[in-house]
Design a protein around this ligand. Structure first.
Ligand code: BGC
Length: 358
């Protein structure tokens, strides 16, 4: 079994004719397209040279967000009047595969995906030089920037769809990374000081007394999504002490010695297993640091988690942090999502990078 090829096949099969990527084709709750998952899957496809697939995804984002202009205007008017928006007033984190809002009680107010797709789009245009796509998407880019400019300091759900009342560092990193990337292409689209203000806010408020970045303001635990602050978003350099201390704490608290990375120590979702996509992320960080042997070990661990037909789950349940919480999630939603397209997207990212180093 070649996990690179099965990943390509699973992602290709999970891309709707609209261009949207389904989060998981089989899991009861994941039959939708998330901006966050989709942008990472598209980036994986871009790294694998599958630019037409990534382009179709971004064109879908453009059409989908074009359908949200009135929604955004209504929200901005409420904010100007100082009315407190309801959760349905915000833009959603996930859409149906044909780009509609699914009216349910999902934890929709999550900003990170709006930064993620901007970052992914710029990466796609960097790789392909597709200025025509960029021009088509400018209205959607503008809408996203207006949304983020208005709300970046508001508490919202994190990338795990949890902790609605908090301000999360990996979310701010995604906003910084996306807005900064857009500014590089067209400075006129992003307020001058916005990325710098986000970065300054993180570094002023988000460093724990021990010198590492924290999961969210006021909670000095680490979350493996803090890896994003350096790779790829560059809010801190890999050599920055605040990042090296964060990485060391993630390795201490969240990396199992035989491979596999947990989200955070208190994670109870499906009992809290090791996440494939985060294990790939740590491998990506190691590659950037020149720690290639450790990256390869993590990739070997990921390969060992695939089913015989090459499907990767969202998380692995052999060494749960809180096993007493496993059964309640199975009873609620069924077995852990597998295949999860985001897991496969990250495999494409990391394997493409490793291939270039041989
Ligand atoms: C994860 C999110 C992800 C979603 C769809 C959730 O359980 O926490 O990060 O976007 O699943 O894959």
């Amino acid at each position: 079994m070649n996990l690179y090829n099965t990943s390509l096949n699973i992602i290709t099969a999970g891309q709707a004719p609209s261009g949207a990527y389904v989060a998981s084709p089989t899991f009861s709750q994941y039959g939708y397209a998330w901006l966050r998952d989709g942008a990472w899957i598209a980036y994986g496809m871009d790294c694998a040279g599958q630019h037409a697939s990534a382009r179709a995804f971004y064109a879908w984002v453009g059409r989908t967000l074009a359908g949200q202009f009135d929604h955004l205007e209504r929200l901005l008017r409420k904010l100007e009047r100082d009315d407190t928006p309801s959760d349905a007033d915000y833009l959603p984190t996930r859409f149906t595969l044909d780009g509609k809002i699914n009216r349910d009680d999902w934890w929709n107010f999550q900003l990170d995906g709006y930064g993620t797709w901007l970052w992914g789009l710029v990466a796609h245009v960097d790789m392909t030089g597709d200025r025509a796509l960029w021009a088509d998407l400018e209205p959607a880019i503008t809408l996203t920037v207006r949304y983020l400019t208005a709300l970046w300091q508001s508490p919202n759900y994190d990338c795990w769809e949890e902790n609605r009342e908090q301000i999360h560092l990996s979310t701010l990193a995604a906003l910084y990374g996306g807005l900064n990337a857009v500014r590089r292409y067209n400075p006129a689209l992003v307020p001058d000081d916005l990325p710098a203000n986000i970065r300054a806010f993180v570094l002023e408020m988000g460093v724990a007394p021990e010198g590492h970045l924290m999961k969210y303001l006021g909670n000095s635990a680490v979350d493996a999504s803090l890896l994003w602050t350096a790779v790829p978003y560059g809010l801190v350099d890999l050599a920055d002490k605040r990042f090296t201390r964060t990485l060391a704490k993630i390795e201490r608290d969240l990396l199992r010695p035989d491979g596999g990375v947990y989200r955070y120590a208190d994670d109870v979702y499906y009992g809290g297993g090791e996440w494939i996509l985060l294990s790939a992320w740590l491998a990506w960080v190691y590659i950037e640091l020149g720690r290639t042997a450790e990256a390869r070990d993590l990739v070997a661990w990921i390969e060992a988690q695939a089913t015989p037909d090459g499907a990767l789950p969202e998380q692995v349940n052999d060494h749960l942090l809180h096993p007493e919480h496993y059964a309640e999630w199975v009873a609620r939603w069924g077995a852990v999502a597998s295949p999860l397209l985001w897991s496969h997207g990250m495999v494409l990212v990391v394997k493409s990078l490793l291939d270039k180093r041989t």
